[in-house]
Design a binder for this molecule. Structure first.
Ligand code: FAD
Length: 470
């Protein structure tokens, strides 16, 4: 029998591939099993990367249609959807090929096939041709990610054409005239924005009485107003009870007020169900080996990512916590370090989350609602993009930065941004939280002028003293 690997990773998404590369860099002999034809998981194949390629392209299209004229550029953009989809596909290909290259570079054995645990030290891989191979390992990492969740209590017959999930919504071959998005979370708003910019009339139906459930309420409300200006319609506090394909084409969505009341039905060419994702553990052989799940179907782990079975670990979307690529990556690095005898650690208080719409929304740390609920005192420092010179030059004046800080020490407790470049700007606040920094630390750090990052500095000034430019 072949020499066992130090680590076999099941799943090559941001959790699995990062764990594999880091472990190989630390001298471990590593294999990765992936059931897709390409590496990179949900994120690179059908998630983060293709959606961002489409978000960027559709934003350019939309800006060419309305903002260019104000900048003195006269253009009449025409949509070439096949070319836009080709750009998305090429972006995905270059990224997934990049992972295959990194596996080779780090001498990681990649095996394409479906992995199943047959013991605490063995993974059986079934390949496309039906043949099997058993990999033995000193440690196994389950990084099998998540899959589309559907709507609780509602049978949804996805047909990949009219009733679609995000997997299909990144590949529609025609711009629908009308689209209903079920779910006002990140994925629904991002993909709803893509198709709205390309011409679809988009209605978002959301169960909660706000969009972006866990985000800071003030930011979410201001963001919703901007989306309404962009032509999106919202039905909030609406409980979907039925999604059905219609005989003559299109589909209907029936919903009633979450608090009770009359039902309403909307019809659309395409219905995108974007109500979240669930951990993916199907066919993994967990029961046979005795790996425990929690009450939400996630693999249960301890503080070091170990399951209840010695030698078997789990990270990423398949375990508790935010379903985000960088959270999975951080856990991948930490687990590899732990397996190599180092002290791997993730600071879950400093994980940013971003909505890549226009403008972007980003947040890290605690929201005002969370602080209020926990009875924690806080001070607010806010600054609008409108008062930033660069934002004006770019015609990107919507939104604001909001710091929440400890009133005694100025220590940053949370930061919430609605505005251009929010996804990049939030890194400053994440770094502050990671280092236990204060608003004053940021305000006294020189920021190049004229940049959008000055909005961060001014909001930090506002939190401990006064902003300069307002
Ligand atoms: P995954 O990326 O899901 O990878 C798991 C892999 O395991 C898959 O490739 C799967 O095929 C494989 N697998 C499963 N079972 C087996 C088995 N038995 N044998 C072999 N292989 C198996 N997150 C962000 O942070 N930023 C974003 O912008 C963002 N955008 C998103 C947009 C969309 C449309 C979607 C759907 C998600 C987005 N996410 C984003 C979430 C992000 O994709 C996930 O959080 C991330 O992919 C989780 O990584 P993972 O490694 O845990 O799992």
């Amino acid at each position: 029998m072949a020499e066992p690997f130090d680590l076999v990773v099941i799943g090559s998404g941001p959790g699995g591939y990062v764990c594999a590369i880091k472990a190989a860099q630390l001298g471990l002999r590593v294999a990765v099993v992936e059931k897709r034809k390409t590496y990179g998981g949900t994120c690179l194949n059908v998630g983060c990367i293709p959606s961002k390629a489409l978000l960027h392209a559709s934003e350019m299209f939309s800006e060419a249609g309305h903002a260019f004229a104000e900048l003195g550029i006269e253009a009449e953009p025409r949509l070439n959807l096949p070319k836009m989809l080709e750009h998305k596909d090429k972006t995905v290909k270059s990224n997934v090929d990049g992972i295959a290259f990194l596996f080779k570079k780090n001498k990681i054995t990649g095996v394409i096939g479906t992995g199943k645990l047959v013991s605490a030290t063995e993974v059986e891989v079934t390949k496309e041709d039906g043949s099997t191979e058993t990999l033995s390992a000193r440690a196994i990492c389950i990084a099998t990610g998540s899959s589309v969740a559907g709507i609780p209590g509602v049978e949804v017959a996805f047909d990949h054409d009219t009733i679609v999930s995000s997997d299909d919504a990144i590949a529609l071959q025609k711009v629908p005239e009308t689209m209903v998005v079920v779910g006002g979370g990140v994925i629904g708003l991002e993909l709803g924005s893509v198709w709205a910019r390309l011409g679809a009339k988009v209605t978002v139906v959301e169960y909660l009485d706000k969009i972006l459930g866990g985000m800071d309420g003030e930011v979410a409300a201001a963001f919703q107003k901007l989306l309404v200006k962009q032509g999106l319609t919202f039905k909030l506090g609406a409980k979907v009870t039925d999604v059905a394909r219609k005989d003559g084409g299109g589909a209907s969505v029936t919903f009633e007020p979450a608090k009770g009341g009359e039902a309403e039905t909307l019809t659309a060419d395409v219905v995108l169900v974007a109500t979240g994702r669930k951990p993916y553990t199907e066919g993994l052989g967990l029961e046979a080996v005795g790996v425990a799940l929690d009450d939400r179907g996630r693999i249960e782990i301890d503080a070091h990512y170990k399951t209840n079975v010695d030698g078997i670990y789990a990270i990423g979307d398949v375990v508790k916590g935010a379903m985000l690529a960088h959270k999975a990556e951080d856990e991948g690095v930490a687990l590899a370090e732990i397996l190599a005898g180092q002290a791997g650690h993730v600071n879950y208080d400093a994980i940013p989350s971003v909505v890549y719409t226009s403008p972007e929304v980003a947040s890290v740390g605690r929201t005002e609602e969370e602080l209020k609920q926990a009875g924690v005192e806080y001070k607010v420092g806010k600054f609008p993009f409108m008062a930033n010179g660069r934002a004006r030059a770019m015609l990107k004046t919507d939104g604001f930065v909001k710091f929440l800080v400890d009133p005694r020490t100025d220590k940053v407790l949370g930061c919430h941004i609605l505005g251009a470049g929010a996804g990049d700007l939030i890194a400053e606040a994440a770094l502050l939280i990671e280092f236990g920094g204060s608003a004053e630390d940021l305000a006294r750090t020189s920021h190049a002028h004229p940049t959008l990052s000055e909005v961060m500095r001014e909001a930090a000034f506002a939190a401990f003293a006064k902003p300069i430019h307002i």
